[in-house]
Design a protein around this ligand. Structure first.
Ligand SMILES: [Zn+2]
Length: 187
């Protein structure tokens, strides 16, 4: 009869026993921690935990956008433009967010613009910038391109900044050889 061929429903205690029999054994705890010699040498570790480093890792071993930082060191401010649909990107991309093409070219950006909005860092600055407090950060509309870019704004005390003030892009070098940019109010 069909009813006899169906698996018999076990009472709850038997079900639990069967599950425990078929379950894989628990992992065996390691008897001892890894020997110190298994850790990578200090030279293979980054000097600062990545999340505590305010500036990006810029080398080609860390990012496919290393050309952007190479150009910054040459005092050129660049980004990518899609060869497929023509969209100008910010930040630079490795694939176009509009059409997903990976055929992108580098283009030089204008280095002047106007403050769209700003705020001031009064406390809680990132590591390495604590001594700069207070300083201004804001969004800048670059001249002639549809890009609104975030960055630090120097050149004037923040209480004296105004929306619409003209600024310019200032690339600068970090002590460890990396480069970054900030904005400076045009006097
Ligand atoms: Zn595109």
């Amino acid at each position: 009869m069909a009813a006899e061929s169906r698996p018999r429903k076990l009472p709850p205690s038997d079900e639990a026993a069967r599950r425990s029999e078929s379950a894989p054994p628990p992992p065996v705890a390691s008897a001892a921690p890894p020997a110190p010699t298994e850790r990578p040498p200090a030279s293979a570790r980054p000097p600062l935990p990545f999340l505590l480093d305010f500036f990006p890792l810029e080398g080609p071993e860390h990012t496919r956008l290393s050309a952007f930082y190479d150009e910054l060191r040459r005092r050129r401010f660049t980004t990518t433009r899609c060869s497929g649909c023509g969209q100008l990107h910010w930040p630079p991309r490795v694939a176009c967010p509009a059409c997903h093409s990976e055929s992108l070219g580098w283009v030089e950006l204008p280095t002047t613009g106007r403050i769209y909005a700003f705020s001031a860092v009064l406390a809680g600055a990132p590591l390495g910038l604590e001594g700069d407090v207070p300083f201004a950060v804001g969004l800048v509309d670059l001249d002639g391109v549809p890009l609104r870019i975030f960055g630090r704004i120097d050149g004037r005390p923040w209480p004296e900044l105004h929306v619409g003030d003209p600024v310019r892009v200032v690339p600068y070098d970090l002590p460890d050889g990396r480069a970054f940019y900030r904005f400076e109010v045009v006097p």
